[in-house]
Write a protein that binds this ligand. Structure first.
Ligand SMILES: COc1cccc(CC(=N)NC(=O)c2cccnc2OC2CCNCC2)c1
Length: 389
């Protein structure tokens, strides 16, 4: 299948797969800032660029509404991601963020927001190199403007604005295959509310299974089992940062998180991100950590329900408690918080608990990409220590 746009970009090309003469690392060298195009790319005349001030309630609502009606749907178009406004503010304002990387496209006449793309800065280690990159996300073109080739110019514009900050690499994920994935992951779902999931068509009743048998199969205890398991608090940040940095060292690609990053990304934020630690009752040492983020989905066309409450596994570290037991406690907490389903990718050490904790494989894949950075070989999912929102 031809990738007219991606064949022009500094990304691994399909034709280069297996060419071991190509070095690992940046594909194109940085240019001087004066060589970066100073003015925005041209849009079709009807449209104009806007830097979205996500702090503004009105602008955040416009972004939320665009994504709620036009962002990613599952393959069977039964669900659409429904990121909340507080989630978007969290996702787009990490330490060192640039407002100019929150890019919208408006209709000049009506001022209607019709497209969006974002970048946030992140230090990401690739093997032994820590590279400051842009994490690109929320590329969304209004349904009525599809196939007008807006996405390529939006990708070029966010790339230009990233270059202006002297950053030359990026990381992104997609449900579609583009040149060229650095890893292809499988997503898994752990049913928490079987009746609702079957009613809305997310799951199907297993063969030779009754509803009551299914409810019993997925039932979880009312309370967690690990002594010292509790919500993460601000004073835990240094210990969690140490635990997480050490744990992530084992992966080929992983974020290089300092205490500021840990405080932003992992301190619990209501309805956005939840984090738990295990504090050894005797020594008060933090030995384990687990977190998940909250990403509901709109349910398209069901009489009884409009929102699917989904938790997504974020970062988990088990140094004393068995990972299986830690994750079972996190499932119990997610159920207590009325989530319908708990999702996880087969990255990091997740494979070690997925089947045993009754996760079932999803019907799609999530592909990870690096921009302007070649990896000689694709990574196994378990070599990946990076979770994008
Ligand atoms: C259940 O509602 C859905 C609404 C839209 C799409 C999908 C399927 C899907 N594409 N799922 C994932 O990409 C996915 C499955 C498990 C864990 N993380 C995931 O994606 C994350 C990371 C990438 N950005 C979206 C959220 C499901």
């Amino acid at each position: 299948k031809r990738h007219k746009f991606w064949e022009t970009q500094p990304v691994g090309q399909f034709k280069d797969i297996g060419d071991t003469s190509l070095p690992e690392g940046p594909i194109e060298p940085p240019t001087t800032l004066s060589e970066v195009k100073q003015e925005p790319y041209n849009l079709p005349n009807l449209y104009e660029w806007i830097s979205c001030d996500i702090d503004s309630e009105e602008m955040c609502t416009e972004v939320y509404d665009l994504l709620t009606h036009n962002y990613v749907e599952d393959d069977e178009t039964m669900f659409r991601f429904n990121y909340s406004k507080e989630f978007l503010r969290w996702a787009l304002r990490p330490p060192g963020y640039y407002k100019s990387w929150h890019i919208g496209v408006r209709v000049r006449s009506s001022k209607k927001l019709v497209a969006f793309i974002t970048g946030v800065p992140a230090r990401i280690r690739v093997r032994d190199n820590v590279v400051t990159m842009a994490e690109i996300n929320f590329l969304c073109v209004h349904k009525k403007l599809r196939s007008k080739r807006l996405a390529p110019v939006m990708i070029k514009e966010v790339t230009r604005r990233v270059h202006l900050e002297n950053i030359w690499q990026a990381a992104y994920t997609a449900g579609v295959v583009l040149p060229t994935p650095i890893s292809t992951c499988q997503y898994w779902h752990r049913t928490l509310n079987p009746k609702k999931l079957i009613d809305v068509g997310f799951s199907r009743l297993g063969a030779r299974m009754t509803m009551s048998r299914t409810i019993k199969l997925y039932r979880l205890p009312d309370s967690t089992s690990t002594p010292g398991f509790r919500k993460m608090e601000l004073h835990d940040v240094p210990a969690v940062a140490r635990l997480l940095r050490n744990y992530l060292n084992q992966f080929e690609v992983a974020p290089d998180l300092d205490e500021n990053d840990v405080e932003h990304w992992l301190l619990p934020t209501e309805n956005v991100v939840d984090s738990y630690v295990v504090e050894s009752p005797g020594s008060h040492k933090i030995t384990d950590f687990s977190s998940f983020y909250s990403l509901p989905s709109s349910i398209l066309g069901n009489q009884n329900y409009s929102i699917l409450k989904a938790a997504y596994s974020f970062y988990n570290v088990a140094t004393k408690t068995p990972l299986l037991q830690l994750m079972n406690d996190v499932l119990i907490v997610a159920k207590q918080k009325d989530y319908d389903v708990f999702n996880a990718l087969d990255i990091m050490q997740n494979e070690s608990f997925l089947k045993e904790l009754k996760f079932g494989p999803g019907d799609g894949k999530l592909h990870y990409y690096l921009y302007n950075y070649r990896l000689r070989n694709a990574l196994k999912p378990m070599e990946l220590g990076l979770v994008l929102l």
